[in-house]
Design a protein around this ligand. Structure first.
Ligand code: ATP
Length: 689
């Protein structure tokens, strides 16, 4: 074959500058493209062998070699795949590949990074021009009588092709790196890129440095393989004082270690994988030395092909970032991390690998988002996660409860984000109660209705209707709340065990339970639960005084009680210099409590929402979110105030009772805290007199 010169058949003269500039930060993908071309060529050769169209040499071992040569500033990719004839190089490289690259760039050159292509699939062979000024192909086809081909292109639109000198079937691509990209001739950098994209490719990949000094290792004679290159046989005598035979060892040229694990765990059948293998795989891939909580092995052939492993990582401190990482592969070729179009958003806290050869990856991300098939994949993944959770809830409750605190924010987030998921896992959602036992929603409802019944029974003798009407302001509200309560089941919850401990103690003392909802996501989650279960009402433990915590006022007492209550309201409003102060007087069963604060649930939620939207400066009071001071008419301090209205201790008692109530309800402002500390000291001074 003589030398053939030609023009690459394209119109666009500026394709190379475009390729070179292509998403700058990502131009390491040329390695993936060239290695996967080699893999494809090997797969094709194996097929030909199976079909009887080619006979593999007996010692054939599929492999791809990547050789860096920093001195010559070159990078070589050598595969022992099917190779190409001159005609094929002409057709596949100069026509198909080139026109493919041209079309590809035409289509995507204006796209910004937000609409980046998934992993830029489809750029193929020509991505090598992102890093090289000149590219050589040396190839020998498997076909009988084929002549080796040497093809050269200097990154313009021209190429030259002549007979080459390759003697083994396969292809060798040599990149003459441009000055900006010499990093890729560095062995460590090359390894980094190969590990990123090619860790699980289906063919073994060996990286080496040209002209490097050979490295050696010493092994037992018995372990020598046919493929080992033995340099020296060594006899190791036993050390002085040690018994035994001399040991026979061999010094061999260090065995090359493949960068790729050609049988990744996800490709195996779940029944063949051990716990250790799952954990090792997790550590290796995610560099996370904490053990994952549990995992799900996805394995589906129909109606689409998808395999993968999703791990639930342990998130043990709140400082840990809960950003997960899900690596997407296409036939063991790494595509990208965290493709949100394929993986449901709420699963992004997980760590895992997903291999889905059927995904249309050579399209833009925005197209993926609207792709019915992609949506099905996402649905399948979230369904599998729900199945796993339900399965554990049913058959491995003990562990499930152990993991619950770690996984619950994620599950709740999933419920908020994905209706189907929420519906599927609704019976496997747990709530931790005051005794740190885990209950289902149904169990919470049952426990609460029991407590309600008990409270009602205890109070039947005295109560015809609620005797809350001790202040005019509260009378209507109390009635309304009372009406609503008849229809709704209240579930009380705690957001901060420490701060709300006063309420918790009261609850516990009177056999009333509450659940702990301490995570940020819980406020959105209870709203979600209320929307789905209109008969439920979630109330923070300090939202109201539950009936079970107070004594009913006997009929004959009602009048005097009302008078006392009115007096107390007046005194407290005056002493606290706030004539709008909400004060309610109750006969609380707990005689350790003199005062407490309650804030109706809706008002508090409104206040939280205002804070969230940065409206903190507004007067929360305008939404009625001022806390109500509850005074315990059974407590001697409160009784003292009514009975000794003119005592000079009354102002100090009123203020202190108010602050104590507020302290258990929310943090005091710096001024309030200063006044509180000062007053506490004054009270102690009184003890000294
Ligand atoms: N190492 C190789 N051995 C044999 N044939 C090759 C090799 N590299 C490329 N080819 C041939 O050149 C063609 C074009 O390669 P290119 O990488 O540009 O596109 P592709 O591999 O077909 O698709 P993709 O864009 O997904 O990479 C291939 O389809 C293949 O026929």
């Amino acid at each position: 074959m003589g030398t053939k010169r030609g023009n690459l058949s394209i119109d666009s003269e500026n394709i190379f500058p475009i390729i070179k500039k292509w998403v700058y930060s990502d131009h390491d993908i040329f390695m993936r493209e060239l290695v996967s071309n080699g893999c494809d060529a090997i797969t094709k050769l194996k097929k030909l062998d199976m079909m009887g169209e080619y006979e593999m040499p007996d010692d054939y071992k599929a492999k791809i070699q990547v050789i860096v040569n920093p001195e010559e500033k070159t990078l070589k990719f050598i595969d022992n795949g099917l190779g190409m004839t001159a005609d094929e190089v002409e057709e596949y490289i100069t026509q198909i590949a080139f026109s493919g690259a041209t079309q590809f760039l035409e289509k995507y050159k204006d796209k910004t990074t937000e609409d980046e292509m998934i992993g830029h699939f489809g750029l193929g062979f020509y991505s090598s021009f992102m890093v090289a000024d000149e590219v050589h192909i040396d190839t020998l086809s498997y076909q009988e009588g084929a002549a080796p081909v040497h093809w050269v292109s200097e990154g313009g639109t021209e190429y030259e092709m002549q007979e080459g000198s390759k003697t083994e079937v396969g292809t060798e691509i040599t990149l003459f790196l441009n000055e900006d990209c010499l990093e890729f001739a560095n062995e460590y950098r090359a390894r980094e890129v190969l590990e990123k994209y090619c860790s699980f490719m289906p063919v073994e990949i060996f990286l080496s440095k040209a002209n490097a000094e050979p490295e050696y290792e010493t092994i037992d004679e018995d372990d020598i393989l046919d493929t080992d290159e033995v340099v020296e046989h060594i006899t190791e005598e036993p050390k002085e004082g040690e018994e035994g035979e001399p040991k026979k060892k061999a010094k061999i040229v260090k065995r090359p270690v493949s960068i790729s694990d050609i049988h990744p765990l996800w490709a195996k059948s779940p029944s063949e994988c051990t716990k250790e293998e799952y954990i090792d795989f997790y550590r290796k891939v995610f560099m996370d030395y904490k053990e994952p909580l549990f995992w799900i092995h996805l394995n589906m052939d129909y109606p689409f092909n998808l395999k993968g492993i999703l791990y639930f990582p342990k998130i043990n401190t709140e400082y840990d970032s809960i950003e997960g990482k899900i690596k997407l592969y296409n036939n063991q070729v790494f595509i990208a991390d965290n493709i949100k179009e394929v993986i449901p958003e709420f699963l992004m806290v997980l760590k895992g690998v997903i291999d889905c050869p059927d995904l249309p990856l050579n399209v833009s991300r925005s197209a993926l988002q609207n792709d019915g098939f992609v949506n099905k994949v996402a649905d399948y993944i979230s369904k599998k996660v729900a199945d796993k959770l339900n399965g554990m809830f049913k058959t491995d409750k003990e562990n499930y409860e152990k993991y619950w605190d770690d996984i619950s924010p994620f599950i709740k987030f999933g419920c908020l984000k994905d209706e189907k998921f929420g519906e599927k896992v609704k019976d496997s959602i747990l709530f931790k109660n005051l005794d740190h036992k885990y209950l289902t929603l149904e169990e919470c409802i049952k426990a609460n209705s029991k407590a309600d019944e008990a409270a009602a029974e205890e109070n039947t003798n005295t109560a015809e209707e609620n005797a809350d009407e001790n202040t005019e302001a509260n009378a209507d509200e109390a009635k309304e709340e009372n009406d609503a309560q008849e229809k709704k089941t209240d579930i009380f919850y705690v957001t901060d065990e420490q701060q709300q401990s006063q309420y918790i103690n009261m609850f516990k003392e009177h056999g009333q339970d509450a659940i702990l909802l301490t995570h940020n996501i819980d406020s959105a989650f209870i709203t979600y639960l209320e929307q789905r279960n209109p008969e439920l009402r979630f109330q923070r433990i300090d939202a109201d005084v539950h009936d079970s915590l107070k004594d009913e006022v006997a009929e004959e007492e009602k009048e005097t009680f009302k008078k006392t209550a009115d007096d107390l309201v007046e005194i407290f409003r005056k002493e606290l210099n706030n004539d709008k102060l909400e004060v309610k007087v109750e006969k609380l069963k707990d005689d350790n409590v003199a005062s407490m604060a309650v804030l109706p649930e809706q008002s508090r939620r409104m206040e939280e929402m205002m804070k969230m939207y940065g409206m903190g400066g507004m007067d929360a009071g305008m939404f009625g979110s001022q806390a109500t001071l509850i005074l315990n008419a059974n407590h001697p301090l409160v009784q003292f105030v009514v009975e000794h209205k003119r005592s000079k201790s009354v102002p100090i008692i009123c203020k202190q009772l108010y602050d104590l109530a507020m302290l258990a309800h929310k943090p005091l402002s710096p001024e309030e805290m200063t006044a509180f500390v000062q007053r506490s000291n004054e009270i102690m001074m009184l003890l000294t007199k």
